[in-house]
Ligand binder design. Structure first.
Ligand SMILES: *[C@@H]1O[C@H](CO)[C@@H](O)[C@H](O)[C@H]1NC(C)=O
Ligand SMILES: *[C@@H]1O[C@H](CO)[C@@H](O)[C@H](O)[C@H]1NC(C)=O
Ligand SMILES: *[C@@H]1O[C@H](CO)[C@@H](O)[C@H](O)[C@H]1NC(C)=O
Length: 320
């Protein structure tokens, strides 16, 4: 209506006269005076709800006495007993009170899987909720661990098939050179063990088993660790000048042999007094030394360092 006046305001090619301008302003004024009561005498936008939506397209304004109707959004259904799903534009230009009249639809109950459980973490099977699956100990899952209650067409359903819980089995782990599996089988059950041992050696040195000798079937085709190795591990005879071996004497030093040393009178130990023959046939840590030089702080802690620590502990002890 106003747009129509505006287009008449200045017809092309015709000069604007003051009279015309005054007439135009007058008409606008009259129009506003007539229209104002109509606009203000109306309800505002229809209220919005989480569970329901307006039926049909919303209008720019509603007069007193007009009724609006709502319907449930997708995934929702009318409450039982039902609540009125409509509101009236009242004489004071407000909508009559209206509350959520719909509730979430429910997905079907799933029931526990064989050898497992389902947990409805949201406390129900309502639209938007999740079903979390667990398999009993000794079983593993095939499929989705979490199902979602989702919209499908006009209804709600679980978004996936429930998973299955299958018995955990492990295939035989690999054979190793110079060794064998003592309880060899084609298949092992959950928590069952396989034991490796090394064969007797044909040569002068025995094989050492490096790694775990016992493996446990912990999951479907998964063992607790890698298979061990059987190999000759032999460390050189450890010689410490100005010192002596005090424990671990033997002819040959195989894997995990442990040796301890002491320095002769007047010599100080640099390094660790105890060493072990490691998997690479080297001593770990390296062989220590005995010298006349006093050990530097970078060497192993010596008795006077322990005394220092003792003093600090005493000072810091709040009980004293
Ligand atoms: C359901 O529970 C899960 C996990 O606690 C949470 O992340 C999710 O937001 C919940 N959904 C609803 C609709 O409450
Ligand atoms: C592994 O060793 C076992 C005996 O310990 C034997 O029966 C089996 O055939 C071997 N498997 C392979 C693949 O060599
Ligand atoms: C043994 O030697 C290999 C390669 O020579 C090295 O990668 C590995 O770290 C060594 N292991 C130890 C415990 O020293």
């Amino acid at each position: 209506m106003i747009a129509a006046y505006v287009s008449h305001k200045a017809p092309p090619g015709r000069p604007e006269s003051p009279l015309f301008t005054w007439c135009f302003a007058g008409m606008i004024f009259v129009a506003l005076v007539l229209l104002l009561p109509i606009f203000s005498d109306a309800c505002g936008d229809p209220p919005r709800f989480e569970t329901m939506r307006l039926q049909g397209a919303p209008k720019p304004n509603y007069s007193p006495g007009e009724t609006i109707h709502y319907e449930c959004r997708l995934g929702f259904q009318p409450m039982a007993p039902p609540l009125p799903p409509s509101a009236v534009c009242q004489d004071d230009n407000t909508w009559s009170p209206l509350q959520e009249a719909c509730t979430r639809k429910l997905c079907p109950n799933l029931g526990d899987p064989v050898n497992g459980q389902v947990n409805y973490v949201n406390g129900s099977t309502m639209f938007g909720s999740q079903a979390h699956y667990f398999c009993n100990e000794g079983f593993y899952m095939i499929g989705s661990r979490i199902l979602y209650c989702e919209i499908s067409g006009n209804n709600v359903i679980w978004g996936d098939n429930p998973p299955l819980c299958e018995r955990i089995l492990c295939a035989t782990p690999r054979n190793i050179t110079n060794g064998r599996i003592t309880n060899y089988k084609d298949e092992y059950e959950y928590n069952e063990i396989v034991t490796y041992s090394c064969n007797p050696s044909d040569g002068p040195d025995e094989y050492s088993l490096v790694g775990e000798s016992v493996l446990v079937c912990v999951d479907s085709d998964r063992w607790s660790s890698d298979s061990p190795q059987c190999k000759v591990v032999k460390c050189e005879y450890p010689v410490v000048e100005h010192g002596k071996m005090v424990s671990g004497f033997r002819k040959k030093f195989y894997y995990k042999s442990q040796v301890a040393f002491e320095c002769n009178q007047g010599f100080y130990l640099h390094g660790s007094n105890t060493i072990v023959c490691g998997a690479n046939s080297t001593w770990e840590p390296k062989i220590p030394m005995c010298t006349k030089a006093y050990p530097s702080p970078s060497d192993e802690l010596q008795p006077e360092h322990f005394e220092d620590l003792g003093i600090i502990l005493v000072i810091n002890n709040p009980a004293l």
